[in-house]
Design a protein around this ligand. Structure first.
Ligand code: AMP
Ligand code: ZN
Ligand code: FE
Ligand code: FE
Length: 288
C-alpha cells in the first residue's frame, strides 16, 4: 500500500463517501498524506479538514479536479493547496457546476428518448447537493435495473461515444491552468492515459505535445501512479514526466463507485518526496 494518495472524491462531487467517511477509510488504510480532489468543487474541504483532526498521523492537502475540454482531447487538471477564500475562483466553480446541472438534464432527456425512464428529481437526490456528474445518472440507471453496475451504464449509454452523451460548457485547458495558478494552487495533469482517448491516432506523440504545451503554461506535475495502471504504463509515464521536468504524482481516483474491482484509497500512489516537491513549488509561487 502507498503512503500517499492525491486523487480522491467525495459526495461533494460524484464520490459515494462523505468527506468524513473517506478520511476515516484513508486512515484505516494507513495513508499519511491525502488530497481530496472533487470535480469543480471545494465544498468537501472544511469537513475533510475537521475529520483529519481525529488522526494525528494523517495530513490533508486541499485539492480540486477541474474538467476541461480541447479539440480531440479531454484534460482533467488537479490543483493542490487550493485557496477557498478566492471569490473569483469559487464563482467560476459555481458556473461550472451549473453547466453540469443543465447537461445532466439533457442526458436524461436523451435516455428517455431511448425508452429509459429516468427522473431528474431522482438524479438530483442521488447527487445530494454535490456537483452532478454522469456517475449519478449511472446510479439511477442501476436503481431502475437497466444496468447492473455504473460502469455498464458508461459502456452502453453515457460514455463519450454513447447514445446519451452530452458535452457541457467547460474551460479550455489554458484557462483552467490560469484559474488554478491565479488561485495559488499547484496544477497537475490527471490520468494522462485518458487525455488522447478521443482520437487515438499517434497516441503517445499527441500526449507528449499536449503535456509540453501545458508545461509551458505552468503545469507542475502529472499523474504517473494511477488507479489500475500497469507497471509498464507507470514506467512509460514516469519517463515522460522526467523528460518534461514534471513532478511524478498520482492516486487512486477513488469514488466508492460500486464498480467491481475498484482499487481502495492507498492501493497506489506517489512516494512521500512528491509531497515535498509540490510544497516547494507552492512556496516558490506564493506571493511574498
Ligand atoms: P462527468 O464529470 O460527469 O463527465 O463524469 C466523469 C466521471 O465519470 C469520472 O470522474 C468517473 O468517476 C466516471 N467515469 C468516466 N468514465 C467512466 C467509465 N467508463 N466507467 C465508469 N465510470 C466512469
Ligand atoms: Zn468522478
Ligand atoms: Fe478525472
Ligand atoms: Fe477524479
Amino acid at each position: 500500500m502507498a503512503r500517499v494518495d492525491l486523487h480522491l472524491h467525495t459526495t461533494a462531487s460524484d464520490g459515494n463517501l462523505s468527506p468524513t467517511e473517506l478520511v476515516r477509510l484513508c486512515a484505516r488504510n494507513g495513508l499519511e498524506v491525502i488530497a481530496v480532489t472533487d470535480h469543480d468543487s471545494t465544498e468537501s474541504l472544511p469537513e475533510a479538514l475537521a475529520a483529519v483532526e481525529e488522526f494525528p498521523r494523517l495530513r490533508l492537502i486541499q485539492g480540486i479536479e477541474l474538467s476541461t475540454d480541447a479539440p480531440g482531447a479531454e484534460i482533467h487538471l488537479l490543483g493542490y493547496f487550493v485557496d477557498r477564500s478566492d471569490a473569483a475562483f469559487e464563482n467560476r466553480l459555481r458556473w461550472m457546476r451549473s453547466g453540469r446541472d443543465e447537461r445532466a438534464r439533457e442526458m436524461i432527456k436523451k435516455l428517455r428518448g431511448l425508452g429509459l425512464q429516468i427522473e431528474w428529481e431522482r438524479v438530483e437526490e442521488i447527487s445530494a447537493g454535490g456537483a452532478i456528474g454522469r456517475p449519478h445518472i449511472a446510479q439511477a440507471l442501476v436503481e431502475r435495473g437497466y444496468v447492473e453496475y455504473p460502469a455498464e451504464a458508461f459502456d452502453r449509454y453515457l460514455g463519450r461515444n454513447g447514445p446519451a452523451y452530452v458535452d457541457r460548457p467547460t474551460l479550455r485547458p489554458p484557462d483552467a491552468l490560469e484559474l488554478l495558478l491565479s488561485n495559488g494552487a499547484v496544477p497537475v495533469l490527471a490520468h494522462p492515459s485518458y487525455v488522447v482517448q478521443k482520437d487515438s491516432e499517434g497516441g503517445e506523440d499527441a500526449l507528449g505535445e499536449i503535456v509540453a504545451g501545458l508545461k509551458e503554461a505552468g503545469l507542475a506535475g502529472m499523474e504517473v501512479y494511477y488507479k489500475d495502471y500497469t507497471p509498464e504504463q507507470v514506467e512509460s509515464l514516469a519517463t515522460l514526466a522526467r523528460d518534461m521536468d514534471l513532478i511524478l504524482c498520482g492516486g487512486t481516483d477513488y469514488h466508492a463507485s460500486g464498480n467491481p474491482g475498484e482499487p481502495e484509497p492507498g492501493a497506489t500512489g506517489p512516494p512521500l518526496e512528491t509531497v515535498a516537491a509540490l510544497e516547494a513549488v507552492r512556496r516558490r509561487s506564493a506571493p511574498t
